[in-house]
Design a protein around this ligand. Sequence first.
Ligand code: SF4
Length: 276
Amino acid sequence: MMGNTERMGNTESIKLDEKITALRALLAKIECTYTANAPAAFASSFGAEDMVLLDAIARHANGISVFTLDTGRLPSETPDLIHRAQAKYGIVVTAFTPDQAAVEGYVERNGINGFYESVENRKSCCHIRKVEPLARALAGKGAWLTGLRREQAPSRADLGESEFDSTHQLTKFNPLFDWTNEDVWAYIRANDVPYNALHDRGYPSIGCEPCTRAVKPGEDARAGRWWWESKADQKECGLHVAKTAGPARSADFSAIVKYQKYPSTPTKMVNVEAKV
Ligand code: SF4
């Protein structure tokens, strides 16, 4: 691997190298701990940080499965990236799509873009297109991983490396919780990681096409998400709520696993392109 010192100062690069070492160690522990009966799964939206995690998983912990939520409203650049990532890494990405009847009911009641009308309407759309498919994606899993970082939003400021997700009754790992935006991009450049073309057009954070826009210089990274809503702490889609903080670092891994509740029924890994 190319060193990570080229584009950063020496102090920052040493810190990043330490973070990369910690990341690989954590992924190896997760891969070993959560095996066939209740595997760990990475929920990827294919944003920049998710590409860092995908690269590390594909190269160092490919026993961790990868899934995405295909909401039906993604910008074309996102499936294009998924295609490029699959070609580069040879990975299987399982796509979970919304319940069609629920989408049809929502559109009938609220209109195709009814999410602009109120926060309630927007959260209802996110629930149908993201939250419910996520619950299906996590059924039978032993743990899940995200690319969340503290820096991304005020609502993520107290994020830890792991937490107990009481909604899904699973341990949730946030291996990049303390990575900076500079860390993410230094890793991407040093390792030639593919990324979404929209990042080069002013989109630091990418979600559904009608709910994401480019940000202006100096604006918050998530200012382009649900930009018509004013409260920054409301800018979550419902995927990342209900938590109990776990130990801060992977040195405490046994304590993390202790609160893991394993499902009683063995789960078969499904390698298909889309699940509805
Ligand atoms: S981000 Fe927008 S289009 Fe996507 S699920 Fe949420 S409200 Fe619906």
